[in-house]
Design a protein around this ligand. Structure first.
Ligand code: ADP
Ligand code: MG
Length: 464
């Protein structure tokens, strides 16, 4: 059917336009726009069908992923050819868009300081192999990450996929690979990007090709590609497709790819079958919650990095109680150091007890202090940051007191912890604010306050 349509229309179309029409019917619209729109065909005297593309990267993407489809299109449109080739001519008209993109990229790089050693990506200074504590729960992932950093593209770990629950060190490891590869120059161009940024950049590219700073340009000379949190691609078909095309091209050239996911890749819902297959062909390693010994080591290392030497009993106490998540462990440690530094008694076990008493080990409380703050801020029509800000602005004072009262009533957190969440306020401030609201609520005359609190509590009930 399509062939008939094509042949009847082909009188007005060039052979390549007919082929493009054929291809357009076989791939996603965005894929066509991104990779095929700016292409041309020249059949050389020796019979080679030469597809002209704007640059080598696009040539590679098309060749790796669509050579068969192009051959099929040429045959369907009765273009005879002996072989398929890809050519790019930098002087061609269509490079204008690219030039603009390049200029935009240059202007941007002049304004924003480049990441470590001028390569692509954001690298957080503290996330290196040196600061990562090895334990039974992560030794496999750490070993694989190290090998990949030492010899990107030259290990059996390609792609390497690090998966596991939140706050267990996946981002840290991806970043450590990037840091190492750059510092030791084991590789040329390193790109670190989250899957959310990938999606945003692609969407921006589709919206306005000129400002895309060529979405694909970023990946053009990439030797080591680190994509964080790929579970975010779930259900996003077009983005998955673009990711797949780039992924295939880089792998074919033995470029190293490292991905992270919050679950086993094959369990990511709504992920294209062929992507899952490629993931299974790589190396999947997990990071698990650390055991007690590792948790203690992490606490010590982190405290040391802040110039603190904590009493053993404190380290042990915190590590015994915060079990499932390193981020939470570090969060408690930061609060501990903050509180202890301002307490007359110093670095005592009591402060750790207060902080951990409220911390829910394992499972998160459904109604957290943060959640309550958000609900209260919303009910009063102010920003949640105003609740923790150190201002006495009238519009924030009452909501802040109400939020403190509700946090005391609806969570098991201590005054100390609640105070910290409200911008590091003293526990006695929390007690006083809560008492005041409690008293006001018993006052029949406080109709407005009573109505507001009852409205908020109605919402909290639904959330709990
Ligand atoms: P994920 O990406 O798995 O959610 P992150 O890599 O962001 O977790 O880790 C959360 C925090 O815990 C970070 O500050 C990270 O540095 C720290 N962390 C996690 N695992 C370790 C570890 N084994 N040693 C040292 N710090 C760790
Ligand atoms: Mg992460």
């Amino acid at each position: 059917m399509l062939a008939t349509v094509l042949s009847s229309e082909s009188a007005q179309m060039t052979p390549w336009q007919a082929c493009q029409r054929y291809i357009e019917g076989k791939v996603q619209a965005t894929t066509f726009e991104t990779w095929f729109r700016a292409t041309e065909l020249i059949v050389r005297d020796d019979g080679r069908a030469c597809i002209q593309v704007p640059n080598k990267f696009i040539a590679d993407i098309i060749e790796v992923n669509f050579a068969d489809l192009i051959k099929e299109a040429l045959a369907a449109c009765a273009v005879s050819f002996t072989a398929l080739a890809f050519e790019h001519d930098p002087t061609k008209e269509w490079t204008v868009v690219e030039k603009l993109a390049e200029q935009a990229a240059e202007t941007q790089s002049r304004q924003v300081p480049q990441a470590v050693s001028g390569k692509t990506g954001r690298f957080y200074p503290g996330y290196t192999f040196d600061t990562f504590v090895e334990g039974d729960s992560n030794v496999m992932a750490l070993t694989a990450a190290r090998s990949v950093a030492e010899a990107p593209g030259n290990t059996q770990f390609n792609p390497l996929i690090i998966y596991g629950g939140t706050g267990l060190g996946k981002t840290h490891l991806l970043q450590a690979i990037g840091h190492y590869a750059q510092a030791e120059c084991t590789v040329g161009q390193v790109v670190y990007i989250t899957s959310e940024e990938f999606l945003n950049e692609y969407t921006e590219f589709l919206r306005d090709k000129k400002s895309s700073v060529s979405f694909y340009k970023k990946f053009m000379d990439t030797d080591l590609l680190l994509i964080d949190d790929i579970q975010f691609f779930s259900g996003k078909k077009e983005t998955q497709e673009q990711f797949y095309l780039i992924f295939n091209k880089l792998l074919q050239e033995n470029k190293q790819i490292v991905l992270s996911s919050d679950c086993l890749p094959q369990n990511i819902p709504d992920m294209t079958e062929r992507i899952i297959k490629r993931f299974q062909g790589g190396m999947n390693v997990d990071v698990m919650p650390p055991n007690l010994e590792t948790r203690m080591a992490i606490l010590r290392k982190k405290a040391e990095s802040e110039g603190r030497n904590l009493p053993d009993e404190v380290v042990q106490y915190i590590a015994e109680r915060i079990k499932s998540n390193v981020r939470e462990l570090q969060g408690i440690l930061t609060k501990y150091i903050f509180s202890a530094s301002f307490s007359d008694a110093g670095f005592t076990l009591d402060i750790a007890k207060e902080l951990c008493g409220g911390a829910i080990t394992g499972k998160e409380e459904r109604l957290s202090v943060k959640r309550i703050m958000a609900v209260v801020a919303c009910a009063y029509g102010i920003g949640v940051n105003q609740l923790s800000a150190h201002t006495r602005k009238k519009e924030a004072v009452l909501p802040r007191a109400v939020a403190m009262y509700l946090c005391k009533k609806w969570t098991r957190q201590t005054n100390l912890t609640i105070g910290l969440e409200f911008g590091g306020r003293n526990h006695s401030t929390v007690t006083a604010a809560a008492k005041k609201i409690e008293a006001d609520l018993t006052d029949e005359g406080q109709t407005e306050l009573r109505a507001k609190v009852s409205e908020i509590e109605g919402q909290l009930k639904e959330l709990s």
